[in-house]
Design a protein around this ligand. Structure first.
Ligand SMILES: *Cc1c(COP(=O)(O)O)cnc(C)c1O
Length: 295
C-alpha cells in the first residue's frame, strides 16, 4: 500500500455568528495533510496510485487547468511514490507558480486547446494509447476509487456531527463523504456547495460513481459567485474577514465559497440551534497565488 501518515484534526473555530446562532463549528483540517498533495487530493489519489502500482504502471497521466490543485498533487505524489507524471493543461501555454512547482516535481506538461481538452480519453489514447505503462487519472482525480478514498474521512471523526459541509468541483469528494455516511449508518446531513455555475450536474456526477443520493444529501446552488474561480468583492472581503477572525487560511475558489455559504445559511436560520457542524477544509491554498491581485 502506498501511503503516509498524516495529521488532519477536527478543530473548533469561534465566531460571533456561531455564538449568536448557538451552533458549534469544527473544521476538518485536511489542508494540513500535505502542502502540495493538498486536502482531498491525497484522499482521491491514494487508491488510484495503489492500483497503478499493483498493475505495474509507471506513468500517471492526468488533466487540469493552469492553476489545478489536482495537477500539483499528482506531480508531487508521483515524485514521492516513484511514478513519472504527465499533465495535459487546458488552454494556451502559460507559466505560473503552480505549473512551475509541477515541473519541479518532474511533471511533463502538454498544453492543449480547449476543444481538444474536452475529450480526455481521446487525448490519452492519442498520446499514450500504445504505452502499457501509462495510467489514466481523470480531471480533478474524479473516479470510483477517489470516492472510496474520500469516504475514509468519515471513519476518522472523533465526534458525531449533525451537518458536514464540503465544496464541490467534480463531486468525487461529496460522493465519498455520502458513501462514508451511508456505510457508517449515520444520520449526519451532507451540505454540498458547487463552486461552478450550473452545479446541478454534481448529482449526476455522484450517482455515476455508484452512490445513491438520499435524504442526507443537500445542495446549495447559489454560492458559485459567477462560476469556477470567479470571485466578487463580497467574497474577497469575506475571505479576509474569516482568515483574520479565525486564524484559518481559506481561498476564494473552494473553501471561501463553502464558508460563505455556511455564514449565509446561519444568517437565514437554516441551521437549528444546538447543532454541531463540520466543515471540510479541502486545502488548495496554492490557488491563492493566482489571486494575490484581488487582495
Ligand atoms: C479539488 C478541490 C475541491 C473539489 O473536489 P471534488 O472532489 O472535485 O468535488 C474542493 N476543494 C479544494 C480546495 C480542491 O482543491
Amino acid at each position: 500500500m502506498l501511503t503516509f501518515d498524516f495529521y488532519s484534526p477536527e478543530e473548533e473555530i469561534f465566531h460571533p455568528l456561531y455564538a449568536e446562532k448557538k451552533v458549534r463549528v469544527f473544521v476538518k483540517r485536511d489542508d494540513l495533510i500535505h502542502p502540495y498533495i493538498s486536502g482531498n487530493k491525497w484522499r482521491k489519489l491514494k487508491y488510484p496510485l495503489a492500483e497503478a502500482k499493483y498493475n505495474s504502471k509507471e506513468n500517471l497521466v492526468t488533466f487540469g487547468g493552469a492553476w489545478s490543485n489536482h495537477l500539483l498533487a499528482t506531480a508531487c505524489a508521483g515524485a514521492k511514490f516513484g511514478f513519472q507524471t504527465h499533465g495535459f493543461v487546458r488552454g494556451e501555454r502559460v507559466d505560473n507558480p503552480v505549473l512551475k512547482l509541477c515541473s519541479l516535481f518532474g511533471m511533463h506538461l502538454t498544453f492543449v486547446d480547449r476543444t481538444s481538452y474536452k475529450d480526455k480519453k481521446d487525448l490519452f489514447e492519442q498520446h499514450f494509447g500504445t504505452d502499457a505503462k501509462a495510467y489514466f487519472i481523470d480531471e480533478g482525480g474524479y473516479s470510483v476509487l477517489a470516492a472510496k478514498g474520500c469516504s475514509e474521512l468519515i471513519g476518522e471523526l472523533t465526534h458525531p456531527y449533525d451537518h458536514i459541509f464540503c465544496a464541490c468541483g467534480t463531486g468525487a469528494t461529496a460522493a465519498g463523504l455520502l458513501m462514508g455516511l451511508q456505510q457508517a449508518d449515520l444520520t449526519t446531513q451532507l451540505h454540498t456547495i458547487p463552486v461552478l455555475k450550473g452545479g446541478q450536474f454534481i448529482k449526476q456526477a455522484i450517482t455515476d460513481l455508484g452512490i445513491t443520493l438520499d435524504e442526507r444529501f443537500h445542495m446549495h446552488l447559489e454560492y458559485h459567485f459567477g462560476g469556477y474561480a470567479k470571485t466578487k468583492p463580497e467574497l474577497i472581503a469575506f475571505v479576509q474577514q474569516f482568515t483574520k477572525g479565525t486564524g484559518i487560511l481559506i481561498e476564494p475558489t473552494y473553501t471561501g465559497k463553502m464558508f460563505f455559504a455556511l455564514h449565509d445559511l446561519l444568517q437565514k436560520d437554516e441551521i437549528a440551534e444546538g447543532q454541531r457542524l463540520l466543515l471540510v477544509h479541502t486545502g488548495g491554498l496554492t490557488g491563492l497565488l493566482g489571486m494575490l491581485d484581488k487582495f
